[in-house]
Design a protein around this ligand. Sequence first.
Ligand code: MF3
Ligand code: CO
Length: 291
Amino acid sequence: MFHKLGRNDDCWCGSGVKYKHCHADYDAKLEKFKARGCLIPPRKIIKNQEQIQGMRDSGKINIAVLDAVAEKICEGMTTEEINTIVHEKTISMGGIPAPLGYQGFPKSVCTSINDQVCHGIPSGDVKLKSGDIINVDVSTIYKGYFSDSSRMFCIGEVSPEKERLVRVTKECVEKGLEMVKPWTRLGDMGYAVHQHALQHGYTVVREVGGHGVGLEFHEDPYVGYTTEKNTGMLMTPGMSFTIEPMVNMGTDEIFVDEENEWTIYTEDRKPSAQWEVMVLVTEEGYELIAY
Ligand code: MF3
Ligand code: CO
């Protein structure tokens, strides 16, 4: 039996605060957008203050792990060694590497080089060479809270073309971030990302995008970066998701490695870059949880 929440009942968000002092105004506002046909976020992806603090603590580990990688990554290192850095740093800070064992993923981090779009699997056989560009994608569980962010690294002497791809992809994330404002729509964010890539002659992968994250590794919504304006889910305070466009120098077509069934490559084998941040939508705009 559906029981309508009274204004003096505890709020649905789990804050322990009375509904009328917590999400009552939020819900009233949400109803107006819903009436206009706008897709609204389900309650289970709206975080309360305690959950937000848990995500921040998780994000701090994620950032420290990427900093540790940044300090040590160099030509001649294997991607297995990157995996070891990530694994040990995460554990030393009390965290758990989220990728390890996730749907059978065999390692603690994704390492994607050059034409690898994402989900590269660390290996002792893969050595970083001068001229490589690599994405290191770190995800952490801490006290049950998930964080997720990734960075690109240029190894040795990288061609100006690849360096530009890496720089413009980072700018794409910044353009997306500028569009993260409560009570606006996610499609506008993806549109800004896509436009910036297109303006530089690049393409954006359509089939793999970002995701809600925080209480789970992958929550609603799916976050695409080839979206139209005024479409997609409404962004509301307490929602958290990743901005992680995969930007290709050539075609946006991709294929999955048939042997490991994880690693995604560009169809034309031209380079691809990706940066990832995790954001929380706030009353004012956004807060970066991991980067
Ligand atoms: N951070 C990656 C993502 O959000 C993790 C992929 S799952 C893994 O897509 F198992 F490959 F790690
Ligand atoms: Co992610």
